[in-house]
Design a protein around this ligand. Structure first.
Ligand code: TXA
Ligand code: MG
Length: 306
């Protein structure tokens, strides 16, 4: 059941989490399937609901920066520095895990991925529940991440005790995942917070996942049901996303600003996916640094089904 977020709805959602139930939670990036990260049955139910392979670990969400030491066994100064700078916000840090964090959450890895989200509803839920909350994006495996409560599929909705509607997500693509457990900081998933921003904040080079393999990363992901094709330009009869003025109702005009584009991307694809089109054509954005995260999602959305 989707409920407009209110203090009362947040209390109900917190109670559901404490009973081991799953909750639809808005974050600034995408909607997530929230569970008590300390409850192995609830965590397992998250994987079942998504149809997600067990080797793809979940992100643990915290209500405050100080809570980091309660999930990570070692917190290097680089992690505190980035936490102070970017949290609450769309940055996930991978760190050695404490034993309290189960193998269910981390898919058997010795590390845990953790972030403090900035969406006020997510923060209020974390405070009300007094729990670390595991939350993958609220889509079925490989599907589009929902950025509006109404974009959560009925299959997923059916497994949630309550979904808090916190409005459209302002960032619109998933958090940047940065691995701080190795010898050098490595981006495992690009996001709004860029490689350059992270390298500048840390004062050391940050490598990307081309150089290091990330668990649970598949070439195909973030896909609507309708095939997606990338093209330099939309033809007048094409349905899809364009930087120019749209020439039909099946063309959605997208911003030339990468953050604005990202905020709208998954919602626009979800909208076109409802229209029984034969394909969705997406105009290729510039191949520059600030478009890396958007281009990553588009590349994965346009791969043919496995
Ligand atoms: O923006 C987000 O991060 C959203 C919202 C809900 O917070 N969550 C999200 O979760 O995107 P999910 O499960 O869809 O993607 C989490 C990814 C995994 O695919 C994996 O690549 C990485 O985070 N990850 C999680 N734990 C990890 C670990 N211990 N080591 C390396 N990567 C990890
Ligand atoms: Mg996901």
């Amino acid at each position: 059941m989707i409920v407009k977020s209110s203090a009362e709805a947040i209390d109900r959602a917190a109670e559901a989490l404490s009973k081991g139930l799953l909750v639809g939670m808005p974050t600034e990036t995408v909607y997530g399937i929230a569970a008590n990260a300390l409850d192995q049955r609830a965590v397992r139910a998250t994987f079942t609901l998504k149809g997600r392979p067990l080797d793809n670990p979940l992100i643990v969400h915290l209500g405050a920066v100080e809570d980091l030491a309660s999930v990570a066994s070692e917190v290097p100064s680089s992690a505190w520095l980035l936490a102070e700078r970017f949290w609450p916000g769309p940055l996930t840090l991978v760190l050695p895990k404490r034993t309290e964090i189960s193998n269910e959450v981390t898919a058997g890895l010795a590390t845990v991925a953790v972030r403090v989200p900035s969406h006020p509803v997510a923060l209020a839920l974390l405070k009300a529940a007094h729990l670390p909350i595991s939350a993958p994006s609220a889509n079925t495996f490989m599907g589009l991440s929902p950025t509006r409560a109404q974009d959560i599929s009925s299959e997923i909705e059916a497994g949630l005790a309550i979904t808090l509607d916190g409005g459209p997500c302002s960032v619109g693509i998933e958090s940047t995942v940065l691995d701080l457990s190795g010898s050098e900081p490595a981006i495992l998933r690009p996001g709004l917070i860029s490689q350059r921003q992270l390298a500048e904040a840390l004062g050391v080079p940050v490598v990307t996942s081309d150089q290091r393999k990330a668990p649970g990363m598949y070439p195909k992901h973030y896909s609507p049901r309708t095939p997606v094709r990338l093209a330099a330009h939309l033809e007048p009869n094409d349905a899809g996303l364009t930087f120019l003025a749209s020439t039909s109702e099946n063309q959605i005009h997208m911003s030339g600003n990468p953050a604005e584009y990202a905020a709208k991307l998954f919602g626009a694809l979800a909208e076109l996916d409802k229209r029984n089109l034969t394909e969705i054509v997406v105009e290729i954005p510039p191949q520059t640094d600030e478009w890396v995260a958007v281009n990553d999602r588009l590349a994965k959305a346009s791969r043919s089904r496995l």
